[in-house]
Design a binder for this molecule. Structure first.
Ligand SMILES: Nc1ncnc2c1ncn2[C@@H]1O[C@H](COP(=O)(O)O)[C@@H](OP(=O)(O)O)[C@H]1O
Ligand SMILES: [Mg+2]
Length: 361
């Protein structure tokens, strides 16, 4: 008896790559303006807000344009409520609309002013799906690492596709990440300052059972370098990654865990899911995320990166080893934190977590 053909998601992968590239262009435009501006007021979050909403609108526009006949469901971080309420919000909405139209006309061969303000607000709100374990749902974080965006560090446009609760496509656009493997924290900081130049800007893309790939963000089509993780067991050579922001992950706890494992190198601290891409291409062997107790993780912060790690041969789970269940809606239920690593290191990591957790924190 012939076996049923396995489903592939190649078309959705191509559409996701195009959408992420387009939204990344918008983010880069805003970051270049931010860099060039005289204003040094770091407390002014409006540039990142504009880029965040604009990127969400563009991803929704691009996906629906390329797949007009498929039902569209998207779980995304932003909604337009704040852009409709106040005069300030409406002013931002006008700026977002202008930016979206400029990006479309510069990058996607469409006429200027092709979208009205109402169109853009509706596109933003098309990300209001609750997701779930049935059918197809796109999952988007338009700018993951908003603090990194403002601080001219790392950020990522993160788009995944769920089918019956499983991630089947994952794409990360990382405009400030060096295309060469990261040697040290200084190197990665320097690359962020050279965004938009040769050698900076990476796209990661994966389709379930078809591998994970990386390539220049500025290119066209699918990225070409297949990622296959090595599996060193020599912990003196192993480096771990974690959030740049200590509010997002407990740096004291991860330091304790690293010491337990015999890791001697200092951690690489990066914003956003760029960490998952960096893990998949071998820049570090471990990515640790232990949020403080009351925090509930959102699926858009992990969906795309999780598939890229797995398709490169890595492991990802919560701190007890349970798989991440992305089919339960907009949030993740977790035991303590999220760990990802190369396979052998991952086993040792879960064991070390068991051992350190019995001691008082
Ligand atoms: N107190 C907290 N603990 C853990 N994660 C948090 C947090 N506050 C915000 N976050 C999440 O951490 C993400 C950034 O992760 P990282 O530290 O790896 O860069 C944020 O994504 P956004 O920047 O999209 O809001 C946000 O969803
Ligand atoms: Mg995020």
């Amino acid at each position: 008896m012939a076996s049923a053909p396995s489903i592939t998601y190649g078309h959705q992968l191509d559409c996701a790559i195009n959408a992420v590239r387009l939204a990344s262009k918008l983010c880069q435009r805003v970051q270049l303006m931010l860099k060039a501006s005289e204003k040094t007021d770091k407390s002014d979050d409006s540039p990142v807000t504009i880029a965040d909403y604009g990127a969400q609108a563009l991803v929704a526009w691009s996906l629906q344009k390329e797949m007009p006949n498929l039902p569209f469901s998207m779980v995304a971080e932003e909604d337009s409520d704040d852009l409709r309420k106040s005069e300030e919000g409406k002013g931002l909405a006008a700026k977002i609309t202008a930016l979206v139209n400029e990006t479309i006309s510069a990058e996607a061969n469409a006429g200027p002013n092709s979208l009205s303000q109402d169109d853009v607000l509706a596109l933003i709100d098309s990300g209001n799906s609750q997701g779930g374990s049935e059918g197809f749902h796109w999952v988007l974080d338009p700018i993951d690492g908003t603090r990194g965006f403002v601080g001219m560090r790392q950020y990522a446009v993160c788009l995944g596709l769920l089918h019956h609760g499983k991630v089947v496509v994952g794409v990360l656009g990382c405009p400030n990440l060096p295309q060469k493997r990261i040697e040290d924290a200084d190197g990665v900081a320097e690359s962020a300052s050279k965004a938009g130049t040769d050698g900076v800007g990476v796209i990661f893309a994966a389709e379930r059972n078809q591998g994970a790939f990386a390539g220049p963000l500025s290119g066209n089509g699918r990225p070409g370098e297949q990622l296959q993780l090595g599996d060193s067991q020599d912990f003196s050579q192993v480096r771990f990654m974690e959030s740049y922001e200590s509010k997002h992950s407990d740096h004291d706890f991860t330091a304790m865990l690293a010491a337990k494992l015999g890791v001697t190198q200092s951690p690489l601290r990066l914003d956003s899911q760029a960490k998952y891409g960096a893990l998949a291409r071998g820049d570090a062997a471990i990515n640790l995320r232990f949020p403080h107790k009351s925090y509930r993780e959102k699926i858009w912060d992990h969906v795309a990166g999780a598939l890229i790690v797995e398709e490169a041969g890595g492991k990802i789970s919560d701190a007890s080893g349970a798989p991440l269940d992305f089919g339960k809606g907009r949030w993740l239920d977790l035991d303590r934190g999220i760990v990802s690593a190369t396979p052998t290191v991952y086993k040792a990591l879960l064991q070390a977590i068991k051992e350190v957790e019995v001691q008082p924190r």
